[in-house]
Write a protein that binds this ligand. Structure first.
Ligand code: FAD
Ligand code: EPU
Length: 346
């Protein structure tokens, strides 16, 4: 019996299918690591080349070819570390597809992740921007993150507090590529209060004929809503929301709300800031469904930039800049990209 190599290296690798915008970029080197115990050895083989970690590339805009080495994790084990009366601790490898972990956890009778069903990407990327949807964020369920710290060349295990999770934010976003996340440990309850308050979930459950929902029903409702609202990247290249919803101090948000009563304002953070709907402001500026060459804005969701075919990363970025400038001019509110920009600064 032959065992698969712990890691493999290819040169001049096409990244078209490694980013969901399907931008035609290339990497000088692509390092794929299956056995993370061999990560230090694999890194030594490509040193001192700069690194860019990619999962599924569903939250990156490749504005230029990355320099150095693109690193991908292909470790896909899911194990239960602890099973208690009211919760279990689950460990998932960085290379596990996020949605597969969600469906696996529900099949095991564990809950918590149901509102996060169908978010594209890998487990290793989930803590980076603290993925969130429909009233839940992954950081609430993360017990710890296992990573190789490239700064000190050592293995680390960061607990929930150390990860400093916020809205689309974490420690990892502030030091890109310092921590190479190899696995995530999640503490998942056996039973918990379902979150049905995000707009559309109750209506969807009703339409499905579900009166007393369990966690799997909520996942199915979320999946149905997402399939309706968001373009499928396999059909039309995109990276989900291109902009974060901006947070403003309460007084400023209330002033804007008086000027634009239809502008959706959501609860923000513990400091009392409010979150405004970037989609609404972009749509109000007339961008929804617009197309400039092959770069455009989805006709289904104003927050989603799309690649109609052969748009380059630079063209998508130029469109994003025009959109943000018009939102700033009309509403006085700066909006910032959610995906990581490779080869460009905002
Ligand atoms: P990538 O895009 O490959 O990488 C994203 C960032 O994480 C990069 O900075 C990368 O360097 C870093 N990274 C990736 N893996 C690792 C690792 N192992 N170690 C260290 N750094 C790493 N996001 C939400 O939060 N909520 C949503 O509802 C949502 N909906 C989406 C819908 C669509 C249609 C699409 C295309 C995207 C959506 N996203 C959403 C964004 C995206 O799915 C998430 O950000 C996801 O976590 C990205 O995973 P990925 O594996 O594709 O990461
Ligand atoms: N809206 C518009 N025009 C549109 C779309 C939406 O005006 O074209 C307004 C509507 O009033 C709607 C409101 O915006 O009620 C909110 O829309 P939606 O529920 O789609 O949420 P969102 O704020 O646009 C956020 C996340 C999504 C996440 C959903 C559901 C951000 C940046 N985006 O979108 O995450 O799936 O909520 O929780 O926070 C992503 O991060 O890539 C992503 C898709």
């Amino acid at each position: 019996m032959t065992t698969a190599a712990p890691w493999s290296l290819t040169t001049d690798a096409p990244l078209h299918s490694l980013n969901t915008f399907h931008v035609a970029a290339r990497a000088p080197r692509l390092l794929s690591v299956r056995d993370v115990a061999a990560l230090p050895e694999a890194l030594a083989a490509v040193a001192p080349s700069p690194l860019l970690v990619l999962g599924s590339g569903s939250n990156v805009l490749l504005a230029a070819d990355p320099e150095g080495t693109v690193l991908c994790f292909d470790n896909r084990e899911i194990t239960i570390l602890e099973h208690r009366a009211d919760h279990a601790v689950v460990r998932a490898g960085a290379g596990v597809v996020w949605h597969e972990l969600v469906m696996w956890s529900l099949a095991e009778g564990l809950s918590g992740l149901e509102n996060l069903a169908l978010i594209p990407g890998t487990v290793g990327a989930a803590p980076i921007q603290n993925i969130g949807a429909y009233g839940a964020q992954v950081g609430e369920f993360i017990q710890s993150v296992e990573a190789w710290d490239t700064l000190h060349a050592q293995w680390v295990q960061l607990d929930q507090a150390a990860c400093r999770f916020g809205y689309r934010d974490s420690l990892f976003k502030h030091e890109p590529d310092r921590y190479l996340i190899t696995a995530v440990q999640l503490r998942l309850p056996l039973l918990h209060e379902l979150r049905l308050d995000y707009a559309g979930i109750r209506e969807e459950l009703q339409a499905m004929g579900v009166e007393l929902p369990v966690a799997a029903d909520v996942a199915n409702a979320v999946i149905a809503i997402r399939r309706r609202k968001l373009p499928d990247p396999d059909v039309l290249g995109n990276a989900g929301s291109f902009f974060k919803n901006p947070m403003l101090p309460r007084e400023q948000a209330e002033l804007l709300s008086r000027q634009h009563p239809a502008l959706p304002v959501f609860p923000g953070d513990e400091e009392g800031n409010r979150k405004l709907s970037a989609a609404w402001m972009i749509q109000a500026c007339g961008w929804k469904g617009r197309r400039e060459g092959d770069a455009g804005v989805s006709p289904d969701h104003a927050l989603v930039l799309v690649n109609h075919g052969n748009a380059s990363g630079a063209e998508l970025l130029a469109l994003a800049r025009r959109i943000s400038a018009s939102v700033l001019e009309t509403f006085g509110v700066p909006i910032e990209p959610e995906p990581r920009l490779v080869g460009a600064r905002w």
